[in-house]
Design a protein around this ligand. Structure first.
Ligand code: LER
Ligand code: MN
Length: 271
Protein backbone atom coordinates (compact mmCIF):
# COMPACT_ATOMS: atom_id res chain seq x y z
CA UNK A 1 0.00 0.00 0.00
CA UNK A 2 1.26 3.46 -0.85
CA UNK A 3 0.76 6.80 0.86
CA UNK A 4 -0.67 9.92 -0.78
CA UNK A 5 -1.73 13.36 0.32
CA UNK A 6 -4.17 15.81 -1.24
CA UNK A 7 -3.42 19.09 -3.00
CA UNK A 8 -6.35 21.36 -3.89
CA UNK A 9 -5.96 23.95 -6.67
CA UNK A 10 -9.53 25.30 -6.46
CA UNK A 11 -10.12 28.51 -4.48
CA UNK A 12 -13.86 27.68 -4.19
CA UNK A 13 -12.84 24.54 -2.24
CA UNK A 14 -10.46 26.33 0.11
CA UNK A 15 -12.45 25.06 3.12
CA UNK A 16 -12.65 21.52 1.74
CA UNK A 17 -10.99 18.34 3.04
CA UNK A 18 -7.61 18.82 1.42
CA UNK A 19 -4.29 19.12 3.21
CA UNK A 20 -2.40 21.43 0.89
CA UNK A 21 -4.05 24.27 -0.99
CA UNK A 22 -3.12 26.63 -3.78
CA UNK A 23 0.20 25.54 -5.22
CA UNK A 24 1.11 22.26 -6.84
CA UNK A 25 4.79 23.06 -6.52
CA UNK A 26 4.78 23.75 -2.78
CA UNK A 27 2.34 20.87 -2.16
CA UNK A 28 4.67 18.44 -3.96
CA UNK A 29 7.68 19.77 -2.09
CA UNK A 30 5.97 19.33 1.29
CA UNK A 31 4.58 15.89 0.36
CA UNK A 32 8.04 14.63 -0.59
CA UNK A 33 9.76 16.16 2.45
CA UNK A 34 7.26 14.56 4.83
CA UNK A 35 7.73 11.19 3.12
CA UNK A 36 4.64 10.53 0.97
CA UNK A 37 4.84 8.28 -2.09
CA UNK A 38 2.36 10.33 -4.09
CA UNK A 39 -0.11 13.17 -4.37
CA UNK A 40 -3.83 13.27 -5.16
CA UNK A 41 -4.75 16.47 -6.96
CA UNK A 42 -8.07 18.37 -7.01
CA UNK A 43 -7.83 20.73 -10.01
CA UNK A 44 -10.18 23.42 -11.31
CA UNK A 45 -9.68 22.37 -14.94
CA UNK A 46 -8.06 19.53 -16.87
CA UNK A 47 -5.45 21.99 -18.16
CA UNK A 48 -4.20 22.52 -14.60
CA UNK A 49 -3.20 18.85 -14.48
CA UNK A 50 -1.78 18.44 -17.98
CA UNK A 51 1.26 16.19 -18.10
CA UNK A 52 3.36 19.19 -19.18
CA UNK A 53 2.50 20.97 -15.91
CA UNK A 54 2.44 18.08 -13.44
CA UNK A 55 5.03 15.59 -14.67
CA UNK A 56 8.11 17.77 -14.05
CA UNK A 57 6.92 18.69 -10.55
CA UNK A 58 6.27 15.14 -9.40
CA UNK A 59 9.31 13.69 -11.16
CA UNK A 60 11.59 16.24 -9.48
CA UNK A 61 10.37 15.03 -6.07
CA UNK A 62 10.18 11.30 -6.82
CA UNK A 63 6.39 11.33 -6.36
CA UNK A 64 3.64 9.51 -8.27
CA UNK A 65 0.16 10.90 -8.98
CA UNK A 66 -2.26 8.72 -7.01
CA UNK A 67 -5.49 10.07 -8.53
CA UNK A 68 -7.15 13.23 -9.84
CA UNK A 69 -10.47 14.51 -8.49
CA UNK A 70 -13.27 15.88 -10.67
CA UNK A 71 -15.33 17.60 -7.95
CA UNK A 72 -14.53 21.09 -9.23
CA UNK A 73 -17.06 20.42 -11.97
CA UNK A 74 -19.67 20.64 -9.21
CA UNK A 75 -18.04 23.08 -6.78
CA UNK A 76 -16.92 25.58 -9.44
CA UNK A 77 -19.31 25.05 -12.35
CA UNK A 78 -22.49 23.55 -10.81
CA UNK A 79 -22.34 20.48 -13.09
CA UNK A 80 -23.23 16.90 -12.26
CA UNK A 81 -23.89 13.66 -14.10
CA UNK A 82 -27.59 13.18 -13.22
CA UNK A 83 -28.83 16.76 -13.62
CA UNK A 84 -32.35 17.25 -15.02
CA UNK A 85 -30.98 19.41 -17.88
CA UNK A 86 -29.38 17.23 -20.59
CA UNK A 87 -27.05 20.08 -21.55
CA UNK A 88 -25.70 20.24 -17.98
CA UNK A 89 -25.27 16.45 -17.94
CA UNK A 90 -23.37 16.61 -21.19
CA UNK A 91 -21.09 19.39 -19.88
CA UNK A 92 -20.52 17.32 -16.73
CA UNK A 93 -19.48 14.34 -18.83
CA UNK A 94 -17.15 16.51 -20.90
CA UNK A 95 -15.58 17.94 -17.73
CA UNK A 96 -14.96 14.50 -16.22
CA UNK A 97 -13.77 13.19 -19.60
CA UNK A 98 -11.16 15.94 -19.84
CA UNK A 99 -9.83 15.02 -16.39
CA UNK A 100 -9.80 11.29 -17.27
CA UNK A 101 -7.63 12.12 -20.30
CA UNK A 102 -5.25 14.32 -18.29
CA UNK A 103 -5.05 11.74 -15.49
CA UNK A 104 -4.46 8.99 -18.05
CA UNK A 105 -1.48 10.89 -19.46
CA UNK A 106 -0.10 10.92 -15.90
CA UNK A 107 -0.73 7.19 -15.44
CA UNK A 108 -3.48 7.84 -12.89
CA UNK A 109 -7.20 7.26 -12.44
CA UNK A 110 -9.85 9.98 -12.11
CA UNK A 111 -12.38 10.09 -9.26
CA UNK A 112 -16.14 10.57 -9.53
CA UNK A 113 -17.33 11.78 -6.12
CA UNK A 114 -19.42 14.95 -6.01
CA UNK A 115 -19.92 14.79 -9.78
CA UNK A 116 -22.31 11.86 -9.34
CA UNK A 117 -24.87 14.44 -8.13
CA UNK A 118 -28.21 13.49 -6.61
CA UNK A 119 -31.86 13.11 -7.56
CA UNK A 120 -34.12 16.17 -7.66
CA UNK A 121 -36.90 17.90 -9.59
CA UNK A 122 -38.06 15.67 -12.42
CA UNK A 123 -35.20 13.24 -11.82
CA UNK A 124 -36.24 10.46 -9.43
CA UNK A 125 -33.56 8.43 -7.64
CA UNK A 126 -34.34 5.51 -9.95
CA UNK A 127 -33.82 7.66 -13.05
CA UNK A 128 -30.69 9.22 -11.57
CA UNK A 129 -29.21 5.75 -11.02
CA UNK A 130 -29.91 4.87 -14.66
CA UNK A 131 -28.19 8.09 -15.74
CA UNK A 132 -25.26 7.35 -13.44
CA UNK A 133 -24.84 3.84 -14.89
CA UNK A 134 -24.84 5.27 -18.42
CA UNK A 135 -22.26 7.93 -17.51
CA UNK A 136 -20.01 5.43 -15.70
CA UNK A 137 -20.18 3.10 -18.71
CA UNK A 138 -19.10 5.85 -21.09
CA UNK A 139 -16.47 7.37 -18.79
CA UNK A 140 -15.18 3.97 -17.69
CA UNK A 141 -14.58 3.11 -21.35
CA UNK A 142 -12.69 6.37 -21.74
CA UNK A 143 -10.48 5.45 -18.78
CA UNK A 144 -9.89 2.01 -20.31
CA UNK A 145 -8.44 3.67 -23.41
CA UNK A 146 -5.72 5.04 -21.13
CA UNK A 147 -5.23 1.68 -19.44
CA UNK A 148 -6.79 3.14 -16.29
CA UNK A 149 -9.69 2.33 -14.04
CA UNK A 150 -12.34 4.86 -13.09
CA UNK A 151 -12.95 5.43 -9.38
CA UNK A 152 -16.52 5.81 -8.11
CA UNK A 153 -16.94 7.12 -4.56
CA UNK A 154 -20.08 6.50 -2.49
CA UNK A 155 -20.69 9.61 -0.38
CA UNK A 156 -22.55 10.08 2.88
CA UNK A 157 -26.30 10.84 2.89
CA UNK A 158 -25.79 14.60 3.25
CA UNK A 159 -23.92 14.73 -0.08
CA UNK A 160 -25.84 12.31 -2.31
CA UNK A 161 -28.88 10.04 -2.28
CA UNK A 162 -27.50 7.73 -4.99
CA UNK A 163 -25.17 5.33 -3.14
CA UNK A 164 -24.06 5.85 0.46
CA UNK A 165 -22.76 2.36 1.24
CA UNK A 166 -20.00 0.38 -0.37
CA UNK A 167 -21.86 -2.92 -0.77
CA UNK A 168 -24.85 -1.24 -2.45
CA UNK A 169 -22.52 0.55 -4.83
CA UNK A 170 -20.60 -2.67 -5.59
CA UNK A 171 -23.89 -4.47 -6.34
CA UNK A 172 -24.89 -1.61 -8.67
CA UNK A 173 -21.55 -1.78 -10.52
CA UNK A 174 -21.85 -5.57 -10.81
CA UNK A 175 -25.46 -5.39 -12.02
CA UNK A 176 -24.54 -2.94 -14.79
CA UNK A 177 -21.41 -4.82 -15.85
CA UNK A 178 -19.23 -1.80 -15.04
CA UNK A 179 -16.13 -3.94 -14.86
CA UNK A 180 -13.64 -1.10 -15.15
CA UNK A 181 -15.10 1.01 -12.33
CA UNK A 182 -13.63 0.55 -8.87
CA UNK A 183 -14.87 1.82 -5.51
CA UNK A 184 -13.22 4.67 -3.74
CA UNK A 185 -13.78 3.89 -0.06
CA UNK A 186 -13.61 7.13 1.93
CA UNK A 187 -13.34 6.19 5.60
CA UNK A 188 -15.01 9.48 6.62
CA UNK A 189 -18.17 8.78 4.61
CA UNK A 190 -18.07 5.13 5.69
CA UNK A 191 -17.92 6.14 9.35
CA UNK A 192 -21.32 7.80 8.86
CA UNK A 193 -22.93 5.06 6.77
CA UNK A 194 -21.45 1.62 7.41
CA UNK A 195 -22.06 -0.76 10.29
CA UNK A 196 -18.41 -1.76 10.12
CA UNK A 197 -15.59 -0.20 8.10
CA UNK A 198 -13.64 -3.47 7.99
CA UNK A 199 -16.77 -5.47 7.21
CA UNK A 200 -17.64 -3.28 4.23
CA UNK A 201 -14.09 -3.56 2.86
CA UNK A 202 -14.13 -7.35 3.30
CA UNK A 203 -17.50 -7.60 1.54
CA UNK A 204 -16.41 -5.48 -1.46
CA UNK A 205 -12.87 -6.79 -1.84
CA UNK A 206 -13.18 -7.37 -5.59
CA UNK A 207 -14.17 -3.74 -6.17
CA UNK A 208 -11.96 -1.72 -3.81
CA UNK A 209 -9.76 0.60 -5.89
CA UNK A 210 -8.67 3.51 -3.70
CA UNK A 211 -8.92 4.60 -0.07
CA UNK A 212 -9.47 8.07 1.39
CA UNK A 213 -7.55 7.72 4.64
CA UNK A 214 -9.57 10.00 6.91
CA UNK A 215 -10.71 9.83 10.51
CA UNK A 216 -14.33 10.01 11.77
CA UNK A 217 -14.26 13.82 11.97
CA UNK A 218 -12.47 14.21 8.64
CA UNK A 219 -9.21 15.07 10.35
CA UNK A 220 -6.02 13.05 9.86
CA UNK A 221 -6.21 9.46 11.09
CA UNK A 222 -5.52 9.49 14.83
CA UNK A 223 -7.27 12.85 15.38
CA UNK A 224 -10.73 11.22 15.55
CA UNK A 225 -12.19 8.01 16.95
CA UNK A 226 -11.76 5.54 14.09
CA UNK A 227 -10.03 2.33 15.11
CA UNK A 228 -7.69 1.75 12.21
CA UNK A 229 -6.32 -1.71 13.09
CA UNK A 230 -9.33 -3.67 11.75
CA UNK A 231 -9.40 -1.48 8.60
CA UNK A 232 -5.76 -2.26 7.80
CA UNK A 233 -6.32 -5.96 8.55
CA UNK A 234 -9.30 -6.00 6.15
CA UNK A 235 -7.28 -4.27 3.43
CA UNK A 236 -4.45 -6.76 3.88
CA UNK A 237 -6.92 -9.66 3.80
CA UNK A 238 -8.35 -8.56 0.42
CA UNK A 239 -4.82 -8.13 -0.94
CA UNK A 240 -5.23 -4.38 -1.43
CA UNK A 241 -2.08 -2.85 -2.89
CA UNK A 242 -3.37 0.60 -3.85
CA UNK A 243 -3.24 4.07 -2.34
CA UNK A 244 -4.10 5.28 1.14
CA UNK A 245 -4.72 8.93 0.41
CA UNK A 246 -5.24 11.59 3.07
CA UNK A 247 -8.28 13.55 1.95
CA UNK A 248 -8.59 15.35 5.28
CA UNK A 249 -8.94 18.81 6.72
CA UNK A 250 -5.68 20.72 7.16
CA UNK A 251 -6.12 20.62 10.95
CA UNK A 252 -4.52 21.96 13.09
CA UNK A 253 -2.15 22.96 10.28
CA UNK A 254 -1.37 21.38 6.91
CA UNK A 255 2.06 20.28 8.15
CA UNK A 256 0.66 18.67 11.31
CA UNK A 257 -2.16 16.93 9.39
CA UNK A 258 0.46 15.59 6.98
CA UNK A 259 2.90 14.36 9.62
CA UNK A 260 0.07 12.81 11.67
CA UNK A 261 -1.02 10.97 8.51
CA UNK A 262 2.47 9.60 7.86
CA UNK A 263 2.74 8.49 11.50
CA UNK A 264 -0.66 6.78 11.29
CA UNK A 265 0.38 4.92 8.15
CA UNK A 266 3.71 3.80 9.55
CA UNK A 267 2.16 2.67 12.83
CA UNK A 268 -1.01 1.25 11.28
CA UNK A 269 0.65 -0.78 8.57
CA UNK A 270 3.68 -1.91 10.55
CA UNK A 271 1.69 -3.21 13.52
C1 LER B 1 -14.59 13.61 -2.42
O1 LER B 1 -13.53 12.68 -2.39
C2 LER B 1 -15.42 13.52 -1.22
O2 LER B 1 -15.14 12.75 -0.33
C3 LER B 1 -16.63 14.36 -1.12
O3 LER B 1 -17.04 14.47 0.23
C4 LER B 1 -16.50 15.70 -1.69
O4 LER B 1 -15.65 16.47 -0.90
MN1 MN C 1 -13.44 11.36 -0.45
Amino acid sequence: MRSAITICLVPEASRGPFVFHGSLESGCRAAAEIGFDGVEIFPGTAAEVSAAVVQPLVAARGLAVAAIGTGAGWVKHGLHLVHADPEVRSQARAFVGGIIDAAGDLGSPAIIGSMQGRSGGEVSRELAITMLADALGDLGARATRHGQRLLYEPLNRYETDLFNRQAEAAAFLDAHGLANVRLLCDLFHMNIEEESLAGAIAQCGHRVGHIHWADSNRRAIGFGHTSIGPVVAALQAIGYEGWLSAEVLPWPTPAEAASQTIDSLRRGIAS
